[in-house]
Design a protein around this ligand. Structure first.
Ligand SMILES: *Cc1c(COP(=O)(O)O)cnc(C)c1O
Length: 410
């Protein structure tokens, strides 16, 4: 079955008492058991029955199961935000004295998480240019616990050669962890390209309405965790096996000790988002390609950057991995920071807001906002120039969006 059919036919864990077609929202902190033995089974991991919503909740389990079936993953964990999913992933695989080799071109909070937050706990991060697999390989050693990158960076829109990175990961026996937020899993197969763990901010395409936050950890069970040098992972290898060790650590130790499981209300909204994910993506990414082509013809724009354009140096790679559409975000470069601010201030249809893949189109000046607290040297190193405006394209009529861009450039 294809994506849409899979997500629309995923069965509930138990039949609903009233045959509800939409997943009921189980707003209950605790769940009752018929017997003391059944309660013991649930607490000791011998049954999958939820006991308490910090650890598992039926609405959240249904969202996880839908994503699991749609992606063919071993396990999926739904958390409160994309950052929670990323923080959990690092917490599961990292320890003091070990290092992560991460892309120099990451979402700002991921950089800060690695450098400032995990750095305090003795985790070293080595930032590399992931467009250069040889550089990644040279920084990877026996203390490296993960390679981490974004499949298309934001706002630079550099496309990673995932197969080449997977070869480095395999040679060095480290897991390949990808933030795949920018292209939904309905359109490509991370697993086939060699990704071991996928992290997704479901706030973006999956929620779709910009109505709530969420994050997913998708574990394909590809990596042999007996190769991890981390003692805490080895403990889980003994307990749960070499394929399950990562998931076991997330689903037992981290969920219980850290909290942060997705709320039932958010999981309900995200199951609605999954229903229409692919059709929304096709429309939004199709509009993005059309608009990017039209913007290339406009005076006042010095550069249009979108990997779906044949003028992009990453076009071939993007097409090979993700098909003809390369996401629903593109950037334009104007003469100066002032020109960018004037352009953004004059927009009437496109909203001045952060976020990506809302149903509404959004504009932002990354250098002064998302990267506003970085030094000019750090921004330079991350290739976030002051002349760039990022546009995330929604479901509006593309002609109206083009008219708005034209009038704002005047
Ligand atoms: C938004 C985003 C995140 C963080 O997700 P939240 O849901 O906002 O916590 C991480 N990575 C990428 C690529 C993002 O776009």
């Amino acid at each position: 079955m294809k994506y849409e059919t899979k997500v629309l036919t995923t069965k509930y864990q138990k039949p609903d008492a009233y045959g509800a077609l939409a997943m009921p929202v189980y707003h209950s902190a605790a769940f009752e058991f018929p017997t003391a033995a059944a309660m013991s089974d649930a607490f000791c991991g011998r049954s999958m029955s939820p006991s308490y919503s910090r650890i598992a909740n039926p609405t959240v389990m249904h969202l996880e199961e839908r994503v699991r079936q749609a992606t063919g993953a071993l396990s999926v964990t739904a958390l409160n935000t994309g950052m929670t999913a990323i923080a959990y992933t690092f917490t599961a695989v990292c320890g003091a004295g070990f290092n992560v080799v991460a892309s120099r071109h990451l979402f700002g909070n991921s950089v800060s998480l690695l450098r400032d937050t995990l750095g305090q706990f003795g985790v070293e991060t080595r930032f590399a240019d992931f467009r250069n697999p040889a550089e990644v390989e040279s920084l990877t050693d026996e203390k490296t616990v993960a390679l981490f990158f974004e499949i298309i960076t934001n706002p630079q829109l550099y496309v990673a050669d995932i197969k080449a990175l997977a070869e480095v990961a395999a040679r060095k026996s480290v897991p390949l962890i990808a933030d795949t937020t920018i292209i939904p899993f309905s359109r490509w197969h991370a697993q086939e390209l060699g990704v071991d763990i996928e992290v997704v901010s479901s706030t973006k395409y999956i929620s779709g309405g910009g109505t709530g936050l969420g994050g997913l950890i998708i574990d394909y069970g590809r990596y042999d965790w007996s190769k991890s040098p981390l003692p805490a992972i080895q403990k889980n290898v003994k307990r749960a096996g070499r394929r399950m060790a990562f998931t076991a650590r997330i689903k037992t130790e981290l969920i219980t000790n850290l909290g942060g499981l997705m709320t039932p209300q958010a999981a309900y909204m995200e199951t609605l988002g999954l229903d229409t994910l692919d059709i929304r993506y096709q429309r939004q990414a199709g509009s993005t390609l059309w608009l990017a082509k039209e913007c290339e013809k406009l005076a006042g724009i010095s550069r249009v950057n979108y990997p779906g354009l044949s003028s992009s140096p990453d076009h071939t790679l993007a097409t090979r991995q993700f098909g003809s559409l390369a996401g629903a975000v593109f950037t334009i470069d104007l003469a100066s920071k002032e020109a960018c601010f004037d352009f953004i201030d004059r927009l009437q249809v496109i909203h001045r807001a952060t976020n990506l893949f809302d149903r509404k189109s959004l504009a932002i000046h990354p250098a002064s906002t998302i990267f506003g607290l970085f030094t000019p040297e750090q921004r330079e190193e991350m290739s976030v120039p002051e002349t760039t405006v990022r546009l995330s394209i929604g479901l509006e009529e593309p002609e109206d969006l083009l008219a708005d861009i034209r009038q704002a450039l005047r």
